[in-house]
Design a protein around this ligand. Structure first.
Ligand code: ATP
Ligand code: MG
Length: 420
């Protein structure tokens, strides 16, 4: 039992813990090398412009030094372990040899057995090394499993994707009516960013949403999509009479469409970006591109619709990315469309053309447009002015200008800016 007990002791006390800890420390030390490296790659021109090569080279070598010292500790630990295992294997062989010699005269152990025992005792060293190394490796690699378990137990997951109450997608939403009643919302443990909002939009209405930066416009939209849930204090959001809190996220998000503040592009072809589920014909895709005035841009690309979109859409300008996102929504034909500053990076002429196109193509859809440029939303049916998470004003643009509140002063200011 003694050698096995000793092996166990070595594994438990020395090798396993130390090697796992060393492994962990080495992985921690490796990550700055990679982050620094990618940071320097993307910022090469800035580093050169400021002549800071030496500083970054210094930080790079110091990162390497830290990692290498840990890495060489791991190597030394491995050598130390194999030395001890060699010694152990050697002593097993020596004991067997000794016993055989001591009992030689009595012929206590047959010669064949002694030979067998000796040859196995020499081999056992390599098995021991292999076994211990495997155990240590399993333990070290189990770090990743530990991570997955940690995240799956500690990170709150979203609500159910599908539920039994999910409405039939062909019947719901039919009108696109949105009713928000006493909705309050906060991000994690932060302060309330939407405060008891009650507002309703009729089906097919074109709504403009304005307000100062940080007034909660984007937050209102993320509450609509249940990206952040509203407070469970009785507030609710109804779409065509269905409380969205009761249905699965999949049916909810399929029924709405959003063009977010920063346009999302996938690293794939233009075709995939327009129609990820491959449901539309070539003709539909070109038609949508024509409507957003991108057909000519795509047509001159070497691969046309199969042109690759770089990571984050870098080979398209910000405005073109927004236009592609608008084309994606056009193809989806939702009953409710949310545009969060969707035309902020597009020139005024194209913006006007896009607004016109949206009015024609989403004539019976409810369109919520968040905009800082007031001319984008001037011909909306009604304008919702948000102020610090509350509904400040909500009426038709002409009525709001007539009553002279926040919206009227915003219009006045933008006119002055335009004139000067
Ligand atoms: P902008 O015109 O700049 O787009 P906004 O009206 O869309 O502004 P929101 O993004 O809704 O403003 O932000 C409202 C408030 O919520 C802000 O005070 C902001 O600090 C907070 N907030 C927004 N997003 C988050 C988030 N992910 N986590 C925590 N707080 C957030
Ligand atoms: Mg916003």
């Amino acid at each position: 039992m003694a050698p096995i007990g000793y092996i166990n002791y070595v594994i438990q006390k020395w090798f396993r813990r130390s090697s796992t800890e060393l492994q962990r420390a080495a992985s921690v030390a490796a990550s700055p090398i990679f982050t620094d490296f990618s940071q320097m790659l993307s910022g090469t021109s800035t580093i050169r412009a400021y002549g800071k090569q030496a500083k970054f080279f210094g930080s790079c070598t110091s990162n390497f030094d830290k990692f290498n010292s840990l890495f060489s500790s791991i190597q030394q630990a491995n050598f130390w372990l194999s030395l001890r295992l060699d010694l152990m294997g050697g002593s097993v062989g020596a004991i067997i040899g000794g016993v055989a010699l001591a009992t030689n005269d009595a012929n206590f152990i047959p010669a064949g057995w002694v030979g067998l025992a000796l040859s196995y005792s020499i081999e056992v060293t390599s098995y021991l090394k292999h076994g211990v190394r495997m155990m240590a490796q399993v333990e070290a690699e189990m770090n990743s499993v530990e991570r997955v378990l940690y995240y799956s137990n500690n990170v709150e997951s979203e609500a159910a994707f599908e539920t039994k109450l999910d409405p039939d997608p062909s019947e719901w939403p039919s009108k696109g009516e949105i009713e928000i009643q006493h909705a309050s919302m906060r991000y994690r443990d932060g302060p309330l960013v939407l405060k008891d909002i009650t507002v309703s939009f009729k089906g097919g209405e074109k709504i403009g949403v304005v307000g100062r930066t940080g007034s909660g416009k984007s937050s209102l939209m993320s509450a609509l999509f249940r990206i952040t849930e509203i407070e469970p204090d009785g507030g609710k959001v109804l779409i065509d009479g269905v409380n969205v809190a009761n249905i699965g996220l999949k049916s909810l998000r399929l029924s709405l469409s959003i063009i977010p503040q920063d346009p999302v592009m996938f690293s794939n072809t233009v075709r995939y970006n327009l129609d990820p589920f491959e449901e539309k014909s070539e003709y539909d895709l070109w038609d949508a591109l024509k409507k957003v005035q991108l057909a000519e841009v795509i047509a001159v690309m070497p691969d046309g619709l199969d042109e690759q979109v770089a990571e984050g859409g870098e080979n398209f300008s910000q405005g073109q990315r927004q236009l592609l996102c608008i084309a994606r929504s056009l193809l989806k034909k939702p009953k409710i469309l949310v545009m969060d500053e969707a035309t902020a990076s597009i020139d005024n002429t194209t913006d006007a053309a896009i607004q016109q196109m949206i009015r024609e193509n989403f004539a019976d859809a409810t369109v919520l447009t968040i905009a800082h440029r007031l001319n984008t939303i001037m011909d909306s049916d009604r304008v919702l002015v948000l102020g610090d998470g509350n509904v400040a004003e909500f009426d038709s643009p002409s009525a709001l200008i007539g009553q002279g509140g926040i919206f009227a002063s915003m219009v006045e200011k933008s006119k002055q800016a335009h004139d000067s």
